[in-house]
Design a protein around this ligand. Structure first.
Ligand SMILES: [Zn+2]
Length: 211
């Protein structure tokens, strides 16, 4: 059965929203805007959504969770509980409006380090990577060698640590851990903009030196 993933650049901040699919079922990650792009892909491919996963609790990443839940009310939303306090925050005044975001999205289940989920022939592994936010996680799919990294890591740089709950030391540890444990040819879906690979970041990321 067909399996794979598609990354959609959504909203004014070019959030990378991902659909992972296998055997006619799909997981949706970080629906940060323009959910119609996601919905038409699901329809086109005949995919049944089975979960909505957040990498972290920032408004630009959860912006359209509520809108998706109206269309798919039975699909559970997952995130790490430590980011729950962020779900009511727009971070800057007017930011939610700018993003066309709905605050306080429903979260059905909380995730933690070591959790794993099956999607057809694929496995989704959860790693806690605090620093950008306290409850930030990354998702690894070993069969496809892809890492959905949220705002932990960008091409040639790292996420900010000066937003509520951010912590520089934790961020450094999380980035170095991620760059150490996943294979070099792992494709990294960053939170915004260009994608990257673990191998590229080991060479070019300021925190990859010496790994
Ligand atoms: Zn963020």
């Amino acid at each position: 059965m067909a399996m794979g993933y598609r990354v959609f650049s959504v909203g004014p901040l070019a959030v990378n929203s991902t659909i992972l699919y296998s055997s006619g079922e799909a997981f949706i990650f970080d629906p940060g805007g323009e959910e119609e792009k996601l919905i038409s892909f699901l329809r086109e491919k005949g995919l049944k959504p089975k979960g909505i996963f957040l990498t972290h609790g920032h408004v630009d990443h959860f912006a359209r969770v509520k809108a998706l839940k109206e269309i798919f009310p039975k699909v559970p939303v997952y995130m790490n509980e430590k980011d729950k306090f962020l779900l009511t925050q727009e971070l800057w005044e007017g930011f939610a409006q700018y993003l066309n975001a709905q605050l306080n999205p429903p979260v059905d289940r909380f995730l933690k380090e070591g959790d794993s989920f099956k999607l057809g022939n694929l496995t989704l592994e959860v790693y806690e990577t605090p620093g950008h936010t306290p409850g930030g996680v990354v998702y690894y799919i070993p069969q496809l060698k892809i890492l959905i990294a949220g705002d932990l890591l960008f091409r040639g740089s790292v996420g900010r640590w000066n937003l509520p709950g951010g912590n520089k030391e934790e961020l450094i540890n999380s980035v170095r851990r991620v760059l150490s444990i996943f294979p070099e040819d792992t494709k990294v879906i960053t939170g915004h903009g260009e994608l990257t690979t673990i191998g590229f970041e080991r060479k070019h990321n300021p925190l990859g030196w010496g790994l």
